[in-house]
Write a protein that binds this ligand. Structure first.
Ligand SMILES: NC(=O)c1ccc[n+]([C@@H]2O[C@H](COP(=O)([O-])OP(=O)(O)OC[C@H]3O[C@@H](n4cnc5c(N)ncnc54)[C@H](O)[C@@H]3O)[C@@H](O)[C@H]2O)c1
Ligand SMILES: [Zn+2]
Ligand SMILES: [Zn+2]
Length: 362
């Protein structure tokens, strides 16, 4: 045992191309586990980190949608053992904060991460994206972040429930609480939005309206269960959603983009007493102005969804079962598999709308 040095994808400075550099991964201490990463998806949030849109704690070790095998654990760890096949979660409820104590661990305000930092070879501590940092052959996390799942689910697919798929699915099913017979619209059909579409469809929504600027994304959205599609560049998406919901608007509208204009569209394209769920992550510079009388007069709720309000130990095995039984097409999110060298190119492909997920395979 002892620290290991592996290659990892690091964002060294704001906006700069990512670099593949040596990363030192310490031996797991109390409460920690070291995981051999098998696959890790490229999420838009990785790009947000590199662009400085999350915070400025550079250098970042990117990657946070991963499945792998536990390599070693700290002395006191009993929840996982070496050899366990796990998906790494970015929420590991502490059990002691005011939200956990209230019985709502899916909002945990003090989620666990590894106590020791991973570092560059000169000792510079790395900030692991979402407390994970899995664009590397091994990573150090809190043992509670390791969620055991059925090893029959291939890692390229299983890893995606570690972030984007869980966030989107949970935005519909947990935060949005879709029920049978409802109408749902999803604005932005990347990995997160299409997972919301899949979730709404599985939960029994009557109509699922996919909204995007890109026809290719809308085509894929149909594969995940969208019953109708709207290209928002072809006209007012608010009018289009109303037209598809008998003139009323949808019961639930999910903003999986996270910009003021898409939030405004979500706000106005829902029915009276309807719900808006914001799952796309806004840039800290963005602000929103809405007529307060409309916020009041329309009733309903405006919620945001962190990680689909999931409880990983409860929800990951459910998603894996849905996948294994053919009802949740996780493979459909895997547009391509790539190497650690290809993350920068994957960001470009994401920007051009060519992929739902590029997945790094190690
Ligand atoms: N809340 C969470 O826990 C959580 C978790 C993961 C990702 N996210 C966030 O969710 C968002 C989506 O992530 P992703 O990985 O699916 O990204 P993505 O880049 O794959 O998808 C974004 C989609 O939005 C579309 N789009 C952009 N502008 C639009 C507009 N004005 N109208 C309609 N569609 C538009 C794009 O064409 C694209 O299909 C990001 O902001 C990401 O950071 C949030
Ligand atoms: Zn807690
Ligand atoms: Zn993510």
């Amino acid at each position: 045992m002892g620290a290991v040095t592996v290659r990892g994808v690091v964002a060294l400075a704001k906006g700069a191309r990512v670099s593949l550099v040596d990363v030192v991964v310490p031996d797991p201490g109390p409460g920690e586990a070291r995981v051999k990463v098998a696959a890790c998806g490229v999420c838009h949030t990785d790009l947000h980190y590199r662009e400085g849109a999350i915070n400025d704690e550079y250098p970042f070790l990117l990657g946070h949608e991963a499945a792998g095998v536990v390599e070693s654990v700290g002395a006191d760890v009993t929840s996982v053992t070496p050899g366990d096949y796990v998906v790494i979660a970015w929420r590991a409820p502490c059990g002691g904060c005011r939200s956990c104590l209230r019985g709502r661990p899916w909002y945990c305000f003090d989620s666990r991460n590894a106590a020791q930092p991973m570092t560059l070879t000169d000792g510079t501590p790395l900030t692991a994206a979402l407390g994970i940092g899995a664009f590397a052959a091994q990573t150090l996390v809190a043992a509670g972040q390791c969620v055991k799942v059925d090893p029959a689910a291939r890692p390229e697919a299983a890893g995606l429930i570690g972030c984007g798929v869980m966030a989107g699915f949970g935005a519909a099913v947990n935060t949005g609480a879709v029920t049978r017979g409802e109408t749902v619209a999803v604005i932005g059909c990347g990995g997160v939005g299409n997972a919301a579409i899949a979730g709404a469809s599985i939960a029994g929504a009557r109509r699922v309206i996919a909204v995007d600027l890109d026809d290719r994304k809308l085509e894929w959205a149909r594969g995940f269960g969208a019953t109708h599609t709207v290209n928002a560049s072809a006209g007012d998406p608010v009018e289009a959603v109303r037209a598809l919901t008998d003139g009323f608007g949808a019961d639930l509208v999910i903003d999986a983009v996270g910009r003021p204009e898409t939030f405004r569209q979500a706000f106005f394209s829902r029915d009276l007493a309807g719900r808006v769920v914001l799952v796309g992550v806004p840039d800290p510079s963005m602000t929103l102005e809405l007529p307060l009388i409309e916020v009041f007069g329309r009733g309903g709720s405006l919620k945001s969804s962190w990680y689909g309000d999931c409880l990983p130990t409860r929800d990951f095995p459910i998603l894996i079962d849905l996948y294994r039984s053919g009802r949740l097409d996780l493979d459909g999110f895997v547009s391509e598999t790539i190497g650690l060298d290809d993350v920068e190119e994957a960001f470009a492909k994401m920007g051009r709308g060519e992929v739902l997920r590029s997945v790094v395979v190690l």
